[in-house]
Design a protein around this ligand. Structure first.
Ligand code: UGA
Ligand code: MN
Length: 326
């Protein structure tokens, strides 16, 4: 009796193994790609979420499971809407302008749900910037306001009127409705921005802060953080500033901008390097600041300043036979 059972078992064993192997092959997930996805992947990939990676495959997305009777995993819960990042960039005409804007657009294009507010320091919108934006491939708004001549002097704050024009546009656009989730960031046209920075600022509840590289005569400046709160500033320049931070070192939620309708950049009484403090003290306190970038220990943005272009050999006569935009 025992031997009959044993022989049956050995006859069945290969069949059992085959069934197990088939089931395993059928349900095995596709192998992960050889190259790991970059860390910023959830936020890259174009507009409107159409190319968002990590989306689960739906019908018609290839790779249909071979065993239709196998239960599918439940669909993921709907994700909350991604807050829009509004980047306000003041810009002015100079030989390097188009190069700066190209570098910026190449970064911003990779950030999902980013709206670029480009504000020209000019009496009218220029052809160069209009043409550039039309082909930039990202949602944008093109504004302009000239800096009054009396303020165009070395030592005086720059881009005050342009940043205020960006703020006014935001307030007007969102004034009559409940604010959509959004984050505002002042993105000067000559800085360098990592993609990770946008991941960090996207979760801003009121006002968030982080280090800035190559600024204030140091390799970096940063907010000093203890127990998750900003308690001081690591800076080489005017440490007495209430917020010793560069314009590139903070972001503000749209809600805060709308609930403080009078908060603007001021010309009157503003000293060099005080624009950030003058603005931030109108909308927040140091205690309230939200440290980002691993408690302000990572540099994700650099206050790079572009060298003035050397055009010493531009011809006065015998100009080129064609006109080329640079
Ligand atoms: C530092 C800060 O990083 C700036 O945020 C601040 O506005 C500036 O000081 C200041 O003193 O007001 P810095 O590199 O010295 O920056 O300034 P720029 O990069 O020359 O100018 C800041 C922004 O204003 C740039 O986006 C630039 O294109 C724009 N800008 C500059 C104008 O729109 N018009 C100008 O005449 C000059
Ligand atoms: Mn700059």
């Amino acid at each position: 009796m025992k031997s009959v059972l044993f022989s049956r078992f050995f006859i069945l064993l290969p069949w059992i193994l085959i069934v197990i192997i088939m089931l395993d092959v059928d349900t095995r997930r596709p192998a992960p790609p050889l190259t790991p996805r970059p860390y910023f992947a959830p936020y890259s990939g174009g507009r409107g979420g159409s190319r968002l990676p990590f989306r689960r495959g739906g019908p018609g997305r290839g790779r249909e499971p071979r065993n239709e009777s196998w239960p599918r995993p439940p669909p993921p819960p709907p994700e909350p809407p991604l807050p829009t990042i509004y980047a306000i960039t003041p810009t002015y005409s100079r030989p390097v302008q188009k190069a700066e804007l190209t570098r910026l657009a190449n970064t911003f294009r990779q950030v999902a749900q980013l709206h670029w507010i480009l504000v020209e320091d000019a009496a009218a919108r220029s052809e160069l910037v209009s043409r550039f934006l039309a082909r930039a491939g990202l949602p944008s708004t093109h504004l302009h306001v000239p800096t009054p001549r009396r303020y165009k002097r070395p030592g005086l704050p720059r881009a005050t009127e342009q940043r205020n024009a960006g703020l006014a546009w935001l307030r007007q656009r969102h004034g009559h409705q409940r604010a959509q989730p959004g984050v505002l960031f002042f993105a000067d046209d000559d800085n360098t921005y990592s993609l990770e920075l946008f991941q960090e600022m996207r979760t801003t509840r009121k006002v968030s802060v982080w280090p800035v590289g190559l600024v204030g005569g140091r390799r970096y400046e940063r907010p000093l953080v203890e127990n998750g709160k900003v308690v001081g500033w690591y800076t080489g320049w005017r440490a007495d500033r209430p917020f010793a931070i560069d314009m590139a070192g903070f972001a503000v939620s749209l809600q805060v901008i709308l609930s403080n309708p009078k908060a603007v950049f001021k010309r009157r009484g503003s000293q060099p390097g005080m624009q950030e403090s003058d603005f931030l003290r109108q909308i927040t306190t140091v205690e309230e600041l939200e440290p980002k970038a691993s408690n302000c220990t990572k540099v994700l943005v650099w206050h790079t300043r572009t060298e003035k272009a050397n055009l010493a050999n531009e011809p006065k006569y015998h100009l080129d036979t064609v006109t080329i935009e640079v």
